[in-house]
Every structure is written in C-alpha cells, then in structure tokens.
Ligand binder design. Structure first.
Ligand code: CP
Length: 324
C-alpha cells in the first residue's frame, strides 16, 4: 500500500508528477461540470483529531470531485472523548471498508503509526501531525510558487531551481515550515528561515536551509515570502511574544512588502492573524496568494488521491475543444 506521510519521502520526480497532475485537475475546476468518475466506488475517511478549516474542507471537495464516497470523522463528538484509542478508532473505520484515510492528529508520528502498524490496509495521507509534517500543504505551496514564479504552462515538468523562498515566524512549532523546507530543497529552491531566536528549533543547523534573525535584510533577495502564524496553542503562556513586539520585528506590513522585488509574492498557509504576522493591507493585496493557495489545495489533493488510489485510469479525459 502506498501512503503520503512526509514531504521528505518525495523525490524530485514524484513531486513534479504531483504538481503536473494537479495542473490537469485544475483544468477540471475550470469546466462547468467539475466532477470526474475516477474514484467511483472508493471510500475515503477524513479523520480529524485536530481543528481544521482549509485542509478538511479541501480534502472533502477533492474527494467529492473525484466521485469518492466520503466519511467525515472529527474527534469532537466521537467515542474518542470516551477514551477510545487511535488503533480502535482506525479498526472501526477499516471494518466499514475504507480505501484511504486522511488523518490530522496533534501527535507527531500518528499517521506513520497508522500506516505501518498493520491495523488497517488503507492508504494513509497525512493532513498535518503535531509539529512534524503537512505534506499536502507543502505541495500546494510549491504548486502556487511554480505557477506564479515560473508560469502555469511553462512550469509543467519544471521544479523551483534557484528560486529564493523565505519562511518567517514560528518555525519551532510549524509542520508547514518543516514540510516546505524538505520539499523546496528537493525541488532545487534556496530556503531562508527568519524567526525570533526563541522560535527556531534546536538542530536547525542540519536542515537544508539558511537561518536569519533579520527580516529586513532578506526581503529584497526573496521571490516568495511565506508568513507563519505564532502557534500560541502549542506554547506555554510565559513564552508568548507580545503582538506589538512581534509585528515590529517580524510582521509584514506595506513598507516591508515594498522592499520585495516587484515579481515576488507573499504567501500564508492560514489561518492568518491580521495585525500580528501580516497587516490587513498586505493580506488583502494583489501580491498575497493566501486565497489562491486554498484553491490550489483542492487540485493538489485531487492529484494525491488520484495517484494513490486511481490506478492506471487516465487522470483527466479532455474533450477536443479543451485540448485546443
Ligand atoms: N493551512 C492549514 O492547514 O489550515 P487548517 O488548519 O485550517 O487546515
């Protein structure tokens, strides 16, 4: 059985294939009827033990666009609150005949455990585990960068070689940062992390990227600047940076955005905290791709589900008119 647990498991060719397949899927979204029969008769469970807006909804949209049967499970309101384990929850779902499990969990390693434990036969897709990985987020981010910085058609078959990407904020608690560093490195990009010293993880020296504590000096050298939320829910209250101090040193406002090259984009995986890491002016500007990233997430998740479950069926059958 094949799974998607970590962005670090993808080769350059795997990643480019997913990005190219997502472009095919995006063409379906441009059609009047957005649905494909590819996963008809297959069942996908969305198993969410942690809150989510974007990932949960976009996986569900992707599954429905591929005609899969969809079961949504959230820990709140389930028998998890009565003490049921991940193993028993997973085996209960397995008994209902699922083909894939999309899992978000607060514990780093939960999707890996599910995929390798032998508890279930289904394909496992990591939708974010603790501070560890969020591979479909990194893929949709890379898709957005390739479209904006290389081009929608020109990007097909291409990676992100030589692109300079800066990730700013709470690197310590960020599975988005870890996944992006892994995938962007695989795709040939040069990554710089910018964060307050207290929000840089121990051992970052071994990551394939640079680290800086000075946002202003990196802006003019960036093709994309990705802002990350300070994850207060994973911190002891004593370590909360104040909003004023954080935004003064690490927040992106209009003056700072003006220092970026004209072609450079501002990215955010969401949820955004306006006034902290990003001002409303920047969040609502043409250069901010946050909403585009959400739309691209559906295409990426369709591509991942198709490649894991779709077998040898062609992903998309284009009509002659569309091929012109
Ligand atoms: N980017 C992201 O994972 O958002 P959600 O937590 O809303 O899914």
């Amino acid at each position: 059985q094949r799974h998607l647990i970590s962005a670090a498991d993808l080769t350059r060719d795997d990643a480019v294939l997913i990005l190219d397949t997502a472009e095919e899927m995006a063409r379906v979204a441009d059609r009047p009827i957005k649905k494909l029969p590819t996963l008809r008769g297959r069942t996908v469970v969305n198993l969410f033990f942690e809150d989510s807006t974007r990932t949960r909804i976009s996986f569900e949209a992707a599954e429905k666009r591929l005609s899969a049967d969809v079961i949504n499970f959230t820990a709140k309101g389930s028998s998890v609150s009565k003490g049921e384990s991940l193993k028993d929850t997973a085996q209960t779902l397995e008994a209902m005949g699922v083909d894939a499990v999309v899992i978000r969990h607060g514990a780093s390693g939960a999707p890996y455990r599910l995929a390798t434990s032998g508890w279930i036969d289904a394909a496992v897709i990591n939708a974010g585990d603790g501070t560890h990985q969020h591979p479909t987020q990194a893929l949709l981010d890379a898709f957005t960068m390739r479209r904006r910085l290389v081009g929608r058609d020109a990007g097909l078959g291409q990676d992100l070689a030589g692109k300079r990407i800066t990730l700013v904020g709470d690197i310590l608690h960020s599975r988005v940062a870890r996944s992006n560093v892994d995938l962007l490195h695989t795709l040939g990009a040069e990554v710089t992390l910018v964060a307050p010293p207290t929000l840089v993880p121990v051992g970052v020296e071994s990551w394939p990227c640079e680290v800086s504590y000075d946002l202003d000096s990196t802006l003019s050298k960036s093709d994309a600047v990705m802002l990350l939320r300070v994850q207060r829910e994973r911190m002891n209250a004593a370590f909360f940076p104040t909003e004023r101090e954080y935004s003064r040193r690490y927040g992106l406002d209009g003056d700072r955005m003006a220092k970026m090259p004209e072609h450079a984009i501002v990215m955010h995986p969401g949820p955004m905290v306006r006034g902290m890491e990003i001002t409303a002016e920047v969040a609502d500007s043409e250069r901010c791709t946050a909403i585009e990233q959400v739309a691209n997430g559906v295409s990426i998740r369709m591509a991942v589900l198709y490649l894991l479950l779709g077998g040898n069926e062609p992903a998309v059958t284009h009509t002659r008119t569309e091929e012109k």
